[in-house]
Design a binder for this molecule. Structure first.
Ligand SMILES: C[S@@+](CC[C@H](N)C(=O)[O-])C[C@H]1O[C@@H](n2cnc3c(N)ncnc32)[C@H](O)[C@@H]1O
Length: 193
């Protein structure tokens, strides 16, 4: 299948689908930090998503202004921060354009969204520890024409809520924090191939 991995600079999902023999491409406004620049399209994900070239898309749109984890910034001292709200509305518009792209099979991935933005209901919630990685990170999937992911390997014990690269500082701090999970990527490639 020809597959677009939208908003992905790390190539984690792209590599998992390539390993299953698919023609997958990562696409991000940033250059890739992955090993295969020849599989990377540096540019706007919406242009690719509406190009008519792809049979499947997995998208990781920016979540900074949509996530419920940012509640403290949206309502500092219980008053709505209008500037931040407008950024959230813009992020929702991008999210919805990806979800409504003319591609048969779609998965959009994001953290739990803030209710005020009224995103459509997600299909399922997963954590990395359902897929062999000892971390807890609530991840919502919005699916179209794809089966809900089955857990592949539930890690026993108390999972930590932070990935090993979460607290790395420096210029790549934001990028490191939003890297996707190999265990989940492998589960997607295995179950959606
Ligand atoms: C939450 S991060 C997802 C990163 C991804 N999980 C990974 O492992 O690479 C969102 C990404 O969307 C990218 N992005 C933002 N606007 C974009 C656009 N219009 N087209 C393509 N990528 C975009 C950002 O550069 C960022 O890498």
């Amino acid at each position: 299948m020809k597959i677009l991995i939208a908003c992905e600079e790390s190539q984690t999902v792209c590599e998992a689908f390539r390993a299953k023999g698919h023609e997958a491409y990562s696409c991000d406004i940033l250059p890739t930090s992955g090993k295969h620049p020849e599989w990377h399209i540096q540019g706007d994900a919406l242009t690719e998503a509406y190009s008519g070239k792809y049979e499947m898309m997995i998208a990781h749109p920016p979540c900074t202004y949509l996530s419920v984890a940012g509640a403290g910034y949206l309502y500092p001292k219980s008053i709505l921060n209008r500037e931040r709200y407008l950024k959230g509305a813009e992020a929702k518009d991008f999210f919805m354009k990806l979800l409504n792209a003319p591609i048969e099979k779609i998965c959009v991935e994001n953290p739990l969204p803030f209710k005020i933005f009224e995103l459509p209901p997600y299909t399922q919630i997963i954590h990395p520890y359902h897929f062999g990685e000892p971390f807890m990170k609530r991840t919502c999937l919005w699916l179209k024409n794809l089966q809900a992911l089955k857990h592949t390997n539930i890690v026993k014990g108390e999972p930590t809520s932070k990935s090993p690269w979460y607290n790395k500082g420096g210029k790549d701090r934001q990028k490191n924090r939003s890297k996707f999970w190999k265990g989940i990527s492998d589960g997607m490639a295995e179950q959606w191939s």
